[in-house]
Design a binder for this molecule. Structure first.
Ligand code: GDG
Length: 466
């Protein structure tokens, strides 16, 4: 059997922590292989080869290699096409798309350069597993170089609807790029339905009896593989974590949110909803504290600067109206907090508020459940538009655009009797266990191994989709 080669935007440089990175690390430890990603440092030199970073990996079971970006590529490929075009298109925010021809040109150029670097490393039986929207055209580029190896792809973010896709320059490329993978894994059944709709609208696609799609002579398997977490690890970390660092709050009054600071996470709506709840508070003596961790992310992209200002303004207004000398109702922590403490806070909280406007899965929803004390669990309020909502039907589901509905859900959750909390928690916990991260990785890779192989004829006729 050949090696497994994982390609993701980042490779972990120290001991891996956090769900996805740990899962990929574990799979590579078992199977051996390579993990390829972008060097976080901008560098003009050495862009014609992959650099070995294995010295940051205490175990030699697999190697870590990085490719280098220069300042222009980082701006155009990463901040530009990946995060200012594809990210908003996939998160139903086409109003935020920044359309520039150099973004697309460098996105394609970086993927082509990476394909050449990878092709040099590949043995005939190696399998590639490519992660996320940074590398959509990578299989097409590799096929154009004659690579026939099995290549799997997993999209961590929502699959866009067909109208939003049409905002992309040359939207027909999207189907071409995906069709050059052997397996395309998506988070939910809803994502799979949207992806199928795209192929159905494309005359080049033929639907086969076994459920695969034939496109320009190449056979693609599609499927939903809901991602999860290391449930046991999260529960143990939550017990170790400290919540007292964030002020003395009685557990029954604590509400927690933890998100990357991103416009897809619905933070302004969530803040306004908490303000609305305070406006209408049923028991005036109740003094809940909502702690929101907003870990900074992509601060160089303008849409992210804007949302940071907006959140500071809304939290100022809510606290200005309701704070007392011994009570600050909304605590915004605009920095990254140690993972154990995030999870410790989740364990201590009566309510977890997870209200993205669009989200591939949302691991915080699963972590909140895994962190709970099963005897006295908290309540998860979950957006209908998080991928996690497809299976976690017993969370208190809300429309994240509807501030009144979220305010009502907060009130309902804070007053929820113990019996109902237990029932809802147990149903959610079952989902969290059944999709845990090791199962997810195994399901994806088993399916990849079963995919129809790429034929020589496909390679010889290959067009580069640009
Ligand atoms: C993408 C997709 C999909 C949060 N604050 C801190 C912190 N976190 C951790 C959480 C969680 C992770 O970050 C965030 O994961 P999410 O899944 O919620 O969201 P994205 O980062 O947008 O991830 C998403 C995911 O990929 C996996 O496929 O679910 O839909 O958008 O683990 O706990 N961690 C630390 N400090 C913080 O302050 N250490």
């Amino acid at each position: 059997m050949g090696r497994l080669i994982v390609v993701s935007n980042r490779v972990p440089t120290e001991n891996p922590s956090g769900g996805l990175v740990v899962a990929l690390h574990d799979v590579l430890m078992q199977r051996g292989g390579l993990w390829i990603g972008a060097d976080p440092q901008i560098c003009e030199e050495g862009r014609d080869r992959l650099h070995d970073m294995s010295d940051t990996n205490p175990d030699p079971a697999y190697r870590k290699l990085v490719f280098r970006l220069n300042a222009q590529e980082r701006r155009n490929y990463y901040e530009g096409f990946a995060n200012s075009v594809l990210w908003p298109v996939c998160h139903r925010r086409t109003d935020l798309v920044e359309m520039r021809s150099e973004y697309r040109a460098d996105y394609l150029a970086v993927n082509m350069r990476l394909a050449r670097l990878i092709a040099r490393e590949l043995g005939p039986d190696d399998q590639l597993w490519v992660h996320d929207y940074h590398f959509l055209p990578l299989a097409s580029m590799l096929r154009s170089l004659g690579v026939r190896n099995r290549i799997g792809f997993f999209l961590h973010i929502p699959f866009p609807n067909i109208t939003d896709l049409s905002v992309l320059p040359s939207p027909e490329n999207f189907a071409e790029w995906l069709s050059d993978f052997n397996l395309v894994g998506l988070q939910t059944r809803g994502d799979t339905a949207r992806c199928l709709e795209m192929f159905r609208a494309d005359r080049r696609a033929e639907f086969m009896r076994d459920g695969t799609i034939k496109f320009d002579d190449h056979v693609l398997t599609l499927g939903s593989f809901p991602i999860g977490i290391d449930v046991q690890g999260v529960n143990e970390a939550a017990r170790r974590g400290r919540s007292d660092r964030f002020g003395p709050v009685a557990p029954q009054d604590r509400i927690i949110g933890a998100d990357r600071l991103d416009y897809s996470k619905g933070l302004p709506q969530k803040f306004r909803a908490f303000g609305r709840y305070l406006d209408q508070r049923p028991q005036i003596e109740r003094r809940p504290t909502f702690t929101q961790i907003a870990a900074p992310s992509r601060g160089e992209v303008s849409a992210y600067k804007q949302i940071t200002r907006e959140l500071a303004q809304i939290s100022g207004e809510v606290n200005g109206a309701y704070s007392e000398l011994d009570w600050t109702p909304l605590r915004l922590i605009h920095r990254s907090v140690p993972r154990e403490d995030v999870l410790g806070l989740c364990r201590q909280a009566r309510v977890g508020l997870v209200t993205p406007l669009a989200d591939g899965m949302n691991l915080v929803a699963k972590e909140f459940i895994a962190a709970q004390n099963p005897q006295d669990p908290g309540v998860l309020i979950l957006s209908r538009f998080a991928g996690a909502a497809e299976d976690m039907t017993e969370a208190v589901q809300v429309n994240p655009h509807d501030v009144d509905e979220i305010a009502e859900a907060i009130s309902y959750a804070l007053a929820m009797p113990h019996g109902e909390r237990l029932r809802r928690y147990e149903a959610c916990a079952q989902v969290v266990w059944s999709t845990q991260i090791s199962t997810w990785a195994e399901r994806c890779l088993t399916r990849l191994a079963q995919c129809t192989p790429t034929l020589r004829s496909h390679i010889s006729n290959h067009r580069i989709a640009v």
